[in-house]
Ligand binder design. Structure first.
Ligand code: NAP
Length: 242
């Protein structure tokens, strides 16, 4: 069903984005792998070993000019853009009273504006095609809020509103837009947390284990394949939020 299609994944050099890119490659999609600082040859090779093309593109999703150029390059190289996974994201955790304007802006610009930039430019192609699947990486903290993550939670709550609005605007052209709200997934992002914090989080997970990047990747593929689902936010969190 996804064979021969083109999927772009932002922030895909590691963690959840890398797992998502690999999962779509295994489905036969050509992959446009956006990375921010670096990407290893082994990641690109692993994608190509699935028998698909991999186009690594360095860039910052918070830069609208980059998003516009990326979509132009995808059209030139592949002709279509079928799946967009807005995965790039950062944290700059700090209690609200001590949070600098910079810490707030950086997170909003990467997570929320980056998602907007990519949707805005990619959708022009998808709406013309009258098909496409957009999948945005939110977070359970976008639903619940979290101490020390006002910037991050606001960005993820914004992504949920953006997802539902895009779903409503694009539905009549056959383009879907959904969000995944991961709980605690083992990646560099969560590795940075203190051991004590990790243990506290584990206590709040009914399934009593952390999630893996592959758990999220499978849901991204599910959304791309199910063209009758749009405007939804799926928590993938071991039961943390229900
Ligand atoms: P990660 O391992 O830190 O990976 C994030 C990726 O985003 C990195 O490859 C990073 O590249 C890239 N990135 C950062 N800023 C970027 C920019 N401006 N433009 C393009 N790429 C950029 O984190 P992860 O855990 O895989 O998280 C992936 C997504 O899932 C994020 O949106 C995150 O908020 C969300 N999420 C994760 C969890 C979790 O438990 N892990 C939970 C809920 C939601 P560089 O390292 O080169 O900067």
């Amino acid at each position: 069903m996804l064979e021969g299609k083109t999927a772009v994944v932002t922030g895909a050099a590691k963690g959840i984005g890398k797992a998502v890119a690999l999962a779509f490659a295994k489905e036969g999609c050509n992959i446009v792998l956006n990375y921010h600082s670096t990407v290893s040859d082994s990641t690109v090779n692993a994608i190509e070993e699935c028998g698909v093309k991999c186009m690594p593109v360095q860039g910052d999703v918070s830069d609208s000019g980059f998003a516009a150029q990326l979509v132009k390059d995808i059209k030139k190289e592949f002709g279509t853009l079928d799946v967009l996974v807005n995965n790039a994201g950062i944290t700059r955790d700090m209690l609200l009273m001590r949070m600098s304007e910079e810490q707030f802006d950086e997170v909003i610009n990467t997570n929320l504006k980056g998602t907007f930039n990519m949707i805005r430019h990619a959708s022009s192609l998808m709406l013309k095609q009258r098909s496409g699947a957009i999948i945005n990486m939110a977070s359970v903290v976008g639903v619940t809020g979290n101490i020390g993550q006002a910037n991050y939670a606001a960005s993820k709550a914004g992504i949920i509103g953006l997802t539902k609005s895009a779903a409503k605007e694009f539905a009549q052209r056959g383009v879907t837009c959904n969000a995944i709200a991961p709980g605690f997934i083992e990646t560099d992002m969560t590795d940075a947390l203190a051991e004590e914090t990790k243990q506290e989080i584990l206590k709040a997970i009914p399934l009593k284990r952390y999630g893996k990047a592959g758990d999220i990747a499978r849901v991204a593929v599910f959304f791309a394949k199910n063209t009758y689902i749009t405007g939804q936010v799926l928590n993938v969190d071991g039961g943390m939020v229900m």
